[in-house]
Design a protein around this ligand. Structure first.
Ligand code: PLP
Length: 387
């Protein structure tokens, strides 16, 4: 067809850029529609095993490349991306749970996952039960014939207990129940989830993989084809596609992730050690410190630590006082999430997010960013003086 009106020429062009282009950065492929070579190729196209492209939602070279790199970090073989860490959690729950099923979650699970469990219980005919994160092999007694999924998180959100993952996973394996691990804190660097016995490893890429505090994304990684197929089905049914630009940004963060992670670790341990020496602080809930429940599990199973930890103030300080401390910090932003260059702080009312919280004293969580730890300590020192 050689005679086109201008309107059509604005959309259709015969130009083709020369082939053979190569560069280190992977290409950014944006697409909703994916074009098929012909009808036969369209009919043969399989999105499930990633052997072909069928629709932007089911993957592009950009998302497939990121998925392969993330699977490699964990030593897994399959990976699916989701638009946030929480939607990656939802993908897992919807892949493995149906009406009549039972799911076990630790008391210290990421709170929106707890909230999703409650919703599944209330409106979807699933029972969600919460267990003591330090239960270890004792989890065997909680597993019922209808238990279809066990969640773990290491360490748990906010209160930072480190579970005995091999014991929990071993008991689950004996009963044939898959274990999902939220491995966000370790980024797959300080702890490799499959080595600890998990069957499904989930990450909020929003944190260390992105490293920029500028996007949201999640990933679910598995080693077994059958598990991945169930997840891929849920991924497709829930429509959990991610944008190519965000996928590219995560890929851009990966080469520096280990170096950043080690800097966060170093800074966090320095700040935590300083806090440990202060009379205003009753406990330092950092997995590398003895105050932290499960410290021995961390020593046995982990090769490092992230930048996130919590402290318990001595109970003689009121919440008004600790609020004043938080408000007096200058280098720490008051906000959720973590993994970016900026340090963050957040006070928690533990009674509202735990059913069995026995500790006294206000809990404050710190995310140590990439600033100089000495400057951060000086900032905390001036804020403590205003308690
Ligand atoms: C941040 C976080 C999530 C959720 O990630 P979003 O991308 O913010 O939805 C899940 N689990 C843990 C442990 C997290 O810290």
């Amino acid at each position: 067809m050689n005679k086109k009106t201008i309107q059509t020429s604005l959309i259709h062009s015969d130009y083709e850029a020369p082939g053979g282009f190569d560069a280190f950065p992977p290409g950014i492929h944006r697409a909703s529609t994916v074009l098929f070579e012909n009808v036969a190729a369209m009919r043969a196209g399989q999105w499930k095993d990633k052997s072909a492209y069928t629709y932007g939602l089911h993957g592009t070279p950009t998302t497939f490349t990121l998925e392969a790199r993330l699977a490699g970090i964990e030593g897994g073989s399959h990976c699916l991306l989701a638009p946030s860490g929480l939607s990656a959690i939802a993908m897992i729950n919807f892949a493995f749970l149906a009406s009549g099923d039972d799911v076990l979650l630790p008391e210290n699970v990421y709170n929106p996952n707890r909230e999703l469990g409650r919703w599944l219980s209330q409106d979807f005919g699933v029972t969600a039960r919460f267990y003591d994160p330090m239960i270890g092999a004792g989890i065997a007694a909680l597993i019922q014939p209808n238990t279809r999924l066990i969640w773990t998180e290491a360490p748990g959100s906010v209160s930072m207990e480190v579970p005995d993952l091999p014991a929990i996973c071993g008991a689950a394996k004996e009963k044939g129940v898959p274990v999902a691990l939220d491995n966000t804190w370790s980024a797959g660097l300080a702890l490799r989830g499959f080595d600890a016995g998990a069957d499904i490893v989930m990450h909020a890429l929003t944190k260390y993989q992105s490293g920029g505090a500028d996007l949201l994304m999640g990933a679910v990684i598995t080693r077994e084809r059958a598990l991945n197929e169930r997840l891929a089905q849920a991924h497709m049914r829930l429509g959990l596609g991610v944008g190519a630009d965000d996928a590219y940004l995560v890929m851009r963060g990966l080469p520096t992730m280990k170096l950043r992670f080690e800097a966060h670790d170093l800074g966090a341990r320095k700040v935590a050690a300083w806090l440990k020496g202060r009379p205003e602080i009753a406990k330092v809930l950092h997995p590398a410190f003895e105050d932290c429940p499960g410290h021995a599990h961390w020593k046995r199973d982990f090769s490092g630590a992230g930048g996130l930890f919590s402290v318990l103030f001595d109970p003689r300080h009121t919440e008004d006082q600790t609020d004043r401390f938080v408000d007096s910090l200058e280098l720490f932003g008051l906000g959720y999430s973590w993994g970016g260059p900026n340090s963050l702080v957040m006070p928690y009312r533990m009674g509202a997010i735990r059913s069995r919280w026995m500790e006294e004293g206000v809990l404050v969580r710190f995310n140590i960013g990439l600033e100089s730890p000495d400057d951060l300590i000086a900032d905390i020192e001036q804020a403590i003086a205003r308690l």
